[in-house]
Design a protein around this ligand. Structure first.
Ligand code: AHR
Length: 503
């Protein structure tokens, strides 16, 4: 038994919020091998009649991804959506200036909607506010969502899609604060175009929800002023403000790396404050909620990407091979987001297949699961219901950039429907297991049904198409006695303790 002890209290009535399932969303961009060679590979032995890889579809279904952002990302800021609809043989090849590749447009809006249906996901559609504007945005809403009897809705019908796609969630451009963005704008320039685009998009379909672009990451020099200015223009017309953040263990400092979710927490809190400041300034009634529509680890592939031949078609870009420590940070980030379920309603793990992704594919070969697949799957599958507000006391440590980092990062989700309670926990301790005592009080007559653990002695261990050394097991030792759950959380581990009311 270890001296390293942490306590947690869970009460049915200590609720943060009902979780919006879109918090478990992901992202497919026309980038690298995400679309071509990822979800779509005609000629692959597992391809269906649409060219969609069924092995990939099965893995996406395992993840129970509720919503997928599409088609970008940086790509969307140069994209003409009209290039991707209608007969495939008439579609133009275009230079994608965002990623310096050639886009064939074989896949477009309708094909993607068809794929999303097959994986039971909604689509979070982004419009181009880089090279295009209000007109293209409102036309795309009409094309996708209007039932018929107008130019663009009839065009969709003529393309073989009689029923409207009924897309509910829309992004107003992508990372418009970044100088790398095609059509980069100042906050005021973007605020105005987003305001007008939002207004007319909702005139076409008042049922849609809109996400305005926040900063590309917390370190942008314009961060905070950008959000305030953009929301000042768009408050009346939008529903969410976006956040994007990627991390990497560049200094090979695991204690500091695993603490980065504290920075994510701070980022979320800051954006909530800015949104509330604008609400106060406007004497507004509604809250602007948050869409963390790009988040992940991204750094392993940075050097390899510099060698990519410009203007190639679907080259292997941003193909990070994730190791065990990345899975731990991804787990901490998921827990952090669940703790903000009252304001964070959408989040997209960027991305889903091949490009900084939990799922990888080999051309003409198998699909396989990266290390980060597991914490993402566990939270998506077992983390539906009410996000509880846990009272936690944990020993702490200091790292290079952080003080008071709790060894225990944890939260819990209560599913009232099936009377299941799930504790998600990471032990950040480098050497010791952590003895967890969790008082579950008014969850009477509960039993442990499973204690899943993801652990590995080698922090740098990756998976591959041939081998899955980083995979969870269910041999955790969680037990319950008189309303007290106890468990030893192995050093550096991701844990899922599943409890259910005794039948
Ligand atoms: O997800 C990869 C890229 O990261 C996206 O295209 C862009 O929005 C962000 O910078």
């Amino acid at each position: 038994m270890t001296n390293n002890k942490a306590k947690m209290i869970l009460e049915k009535d200590f609720k943060i919020s009902e979780i919006d399932n879109r918090i478990y969303g992901s992202f497919i961009e026309h980038l690298g091998r995400a679309v071509y060679g990822g979800i779509y590979e005609p000629g692959h032995p597992q391809a269906d009649e649409n060219g969609f890889r069924q092995d990939v579809i099965e893995m996406v279904k395992e993840l129970q991804v509720p919503i997928v952002r599409y088609p970008g990302g940086n790509f969307v800021s140069g994209y003409n959506w009209e290039d991707g609809v209608g007969p495939v043989e008439n579609r133009p090849r275009r230079l994608d200036l965002a990623w310096r590749t050639t886009e064939t447009n074989e896949m477009g809006t309708n094909e993607f909607m068809k794929w999303a249906k097959l994986v039971n996901a909604e689509v979070n559609m982004a419009v181009n506010l880089g090279t295009r504007g209000i007109d293209a945005a409102r036309n795309l809403v009409e094309y996708c969502n209007h039932p018929g009897g107008s130019y663009y809705s009839d065009l969709r019908i003529s393309h073989g899609y009689k029923e409207p796609h009924k897309i509910k969630t829309w992004c107003l451009g992508n990372e418009m604060d970044g100088p790398w963005q095609i059509g980069h704008k100042t906050a005021a320039e973007y605020g105005r175009i987003a305001q007008e685009a939002a207004k007319v998009m909702k005139w076409v379909d008042p049922t849609i929800e809109l996400v305005a672009c926040g900063s590309s990451n917390r370190n942008m020099p314009t961060f905070a002023d950008w959000e305030a200015t953009v929301l000042d223009y768009t408050y009346d017309h939008v529903d969410y403000i976006s956040l994007h953040q990627y991390y990497g263990n560049r200094d090979n400092d695991i204690a500091n790396y695993l603490a980065l979710s504290l920075e994510m927490d701070d980022f979320i809190r800051s954006v909530i404050s800015i949104a509330d400041y604008i609400k106060a300034k406007k004497r507004g009634k509604k809250n602007i909620n948050l869409s963390f529509d790009e988040w992940n680890v991204w750094y392993h592939s940075n050097e390899a990407d510099k060698l990519i031949e410009p203007w190639s078609i679907a080259p292997p870009q941003l193909e990070d091979h994730y190791n065990f420590e990345d899975a731990l940070l991804v787990g901490c980030m998921l827990i952090t987001m669940l703790k903000h379920a009252d304001r964070l309603k959408i989040a997209c793990l960027a991305q889903l297949v091949n490009v900084i992704a939990p799922i990888m594919t080999e051309e003409n070969g198998p699909a396989w699961k990266q290390t980060i697949f597991y914490p993402y799957m566990h939270t998506s599958v077992y983390g539906r219901g009410v996000s509880l507000n846990p009272i936690i006391s944990s020993p702490k440590y200091d790292s290079k950039d952080f003080t008071d980092v709790p060894y225990l990062e944890a939260t819990a989700v209560y599913n009232e429907e099936n009377e299941q309670l799930t504790i998600f926990a990471v032990n950040r301790h480098l050497q010791d297991s952590l003895h967890l005592e969790c008082d579950i009080r008014n969850f009477e007559d509960y039993e442990v049904i499973e204690h899943i653990v993801l652990e590995n002695d080698d922090l740098k261990q990756t998976n591959s198409a041939k081998d899955t050394p980083v995979a969870p097991h269910s041999n955790g030792n969680a037990a319950i006695d008189g309303g007290l759950v106890t468990a030893a959380l192995p050093k550096l581990s991701w844990n899922v303790i599943r409890l259910a009311k005794r039948k």
